[in-house]
Design a binder for this molecule. Structure first.
Ligand SMILES: CC(=O)N[C@H]1[C@@H](OP(=O)(O)O)O[C@H](CO)[C@@H](O)[C@@H]1O
Ligand SMILES: [Mg+2]
Length: 547
């Protein structure tokens, strides 16, 4: 590092002192904390993003200021790699160490050492780095974005481009598109989504179109977040094809407070603004605060807020079924892989296996699921909480393109190929995206002529229960086999296995959370009472082992 670069880094970072007495860590989905203590972290991750761009030969990197479903006073920062996916895991320890460096001198030393080790050109000579910045609607976003901007500009040759208020998946999409030399503005994003949705609607066979009843309106809870404003754009573009009603759009109401996909999925109740008397039976969906997750639901009866939840597992199952149908028209053996985590309801895994699909499991966190899904020609991944997407290999896309353009294939095959190509265009190839996922659900329901209830009948969830256990040190729990089995402390797994064996269709696992200071317990059984009982008794065992 030359003297000029060194002195810029020292001077600027002295204006962003780290919070005292707080240890921050990159975690499963970037840094998250109360927004008031994040200025220095965000500034430093700005530097990291510029270094990542230099390291990858000037590729565009993304920085998203969001804390997703957390409360409005929190905020956070995530990094998108050149592919549009999450920051490579090799760089997470560096992110942790610079976030916690106590003073400018030690920060600059960490940067110097890392740049040397990674061979990052920090002499400013011909260096060029680009970082796209985005933020959600949190009030703290603007000043944190400015801090990130300052961090980026500390690296000689780096420029920041502010994309303004965007959803997390929009920013990831833009990073991917820019690095592929494709059109990459927000306008292009909306065009791509609405065009591919319309294409799927146009391809609904005439015959089945006649038999179908109109499937009615969709009411979307936007968590009082960024999704509200963005969904409005799609609503205007797709008015003729989709009857959308937007609620909790953020004009009044507080972000994530009693609203949003996380609340609805975890509490299994309707969000605020939905009423047992007028909304019963209507198809509803909820987005989370940064619009990268979604779930569906219907209100069950008058006067209360109980719901039938249609979660990420069922969204995955609907997508898998549709894709499988198109592939059977094409009559070709295509490698389809379905990726779930241990939190997937056992009934969904059974359903997918019965469809003849290969189901694999990874640890919790999109960075693991996405990586696995990329190994297939078509990789479909979803977490039970509604975060996921469908990935297509380049090889498969060009094969489909060939069929689409070849009249000898026959109209039916050409149409099936067109549908799959439209799915690939609609579904965000960088990361899970609530807006594109929602449109695919709607297109498939119209294609099938299905109501949300009919969809929900694909299989019946096994009763399940999730609990959190506070322990002295959650890192004492070490798991293996995609988190389904405990290696340490010794004896814990044997105790869990013995308890689980007492329940018909019982399944239970524990793992340390990557975002909260708890050990999570998940249990499934034949009845709700048994699932509750199993989860309770395993939680007690965890307490005994870990104090
Ligand atoms: C059971 C559960 O919902 N876990 C969530 C949660 O991770 P934990 O490591 O379980 O705290 O936050 C992750 C990041 O948002 C998300 O990917 C994951 O699905
Ligand atoms: Mg989110």
């Amino acid at each position: 590092m030359n003297e000029e670069q060194r002195s810029i880094l020292l001077q600027s970072s002295s204006r962003f002192p780290p919070p005292k007495g707080t240890k921050l860590s990159y975690g499963t989905a970037g840094f998250r904390a109360d927004a008031s203590i994040l200025q220095s972290t965000v500034f430093r991750i700005g530097i990291l993003a510029a270094l990542r761009s230099l390291k990858t030969g000037g590729a565009v990197i993304g920085l998203m200021i969001t804390a997703s479903h957390n409360k409005v006073s929190d905020n956070g920062i995530k990094v998108a790699d050149p592919s549009g996916g999450m920051l490579t895991q090799d760089w997470e320890p560096f992110a942790d160490s610079i976030a916690n460096a106590p003073d400018p001198e030690s920060l600059v030393k960490l940067i110097t050492d890392f740049a040397k080790k990674e061979n990052i050109p920090l002499d400013g000579a011909k260096a060029a780095a680009t970082v796209l910045l985005g933020r959600d609607t949190r009030p703290s976003g603007e000043s944190l974005l400015e801090a990130a901007n300052k961090g980026i500009c500390c690296v000689v040759g780096a420029v920041a481009i502010d994309m303004g208020i965007v959803t997390t998946p929009e920013l990831h999409w833009m990073v991917r598109a820019r690095n592929k030399g494709l059109k990459a503005t927000e306008l292009h994003y909306f065009d791509q989504l609405s065009t591919s949705f319309r294409c799927l609607i146009d391809l609904i066979p005439e015959k089945s179109r006649d038999n179908h009843h109109p499937i009615g309106k969709l009411v979307v809870d936007c968590s009082n977040g960024v999704g509200g404003e963005k969904l409005q754009v799609l609503k205007e573009k797709l008015n003729a094809f989709l009857h959308l009603e937007i609620r909790n759009s953020g004009n009044s109401g507080i972000l994530n407070e009693g609203v949003g996909a996380d609340y609805v999925q975890k509490e299994k109740v309707a969000p605020q603004g939905f009423f047992g008397h007028s909304d019963v039976g209507i198809r509803c969906a909820s987005l989370d605060g940064d619009a990268d997750r979604f779930v569906y639901f219907t209100l069950t009866s008058n006067g209360d807020n109980k719901i039938n939840l249609v979660d990420g597992d069922k969204i995955l199952s609907l997508f898998a079924l549709f894709i499988k149908q198109q592939l059977s028209i094409l009559n070709e053996d295509v490698g389809v892989g379905v990726v779930q985590t241990a939190y997937a309801n056992g009934a969904s895994t059974k359903y997918l296996n019965d469809l003849g699909l290969k189901v694999v499991f990874t640890p919790t966190g999109v960075k693991y699921l996405h990586g696995k899904a990329e190994e297939y020609d078509i990789g479909i991944y979803f977490e039970a909480n509604g975060h996921g997407t469908v990935l297509f290999s380049d090889h498969l896309l060009s094969w489909l393109d060939g069929i689409k353009n070849e009249p000898c294939s026959g109209l039916e095959k050409q149409n099936a190929a067109k549908r799959l190509l439209a799915v690939a265009n609609l579904m965000n190839q960088a990361v899970g995206d609530a807006l594109s996922g929602l449109l695919l659900v709607e297109a498939i329901l119209q294609h099938m002529g299905w109501s949300v209830d009919k969809w929900n009948e694909l299989y019946h969830d096994l009763p399940s229960r999730q609990l959190k256990v506070k322990v002295a040190d959650r890192s004492a729990v070490v798991t293996t086999n995609a988190e389904t089995s405990v290696e340490k402390p010794p004896g814990l797994q044997e105790a869990i296995t013995a308890l689980t064996a007492k329940y018909p269709q019982g399944r239970c696992f524990v793992r340390p959370s990557g975002t909260e200071d708890v050990v999570r317990v998940y249990a499934e059984a034949k009845t709700q009472e048994e699932a509750d009982e199993l989860a309770d008794s395993v939680a007690k065992i965890v307490q005994q082992f870990l104090g």
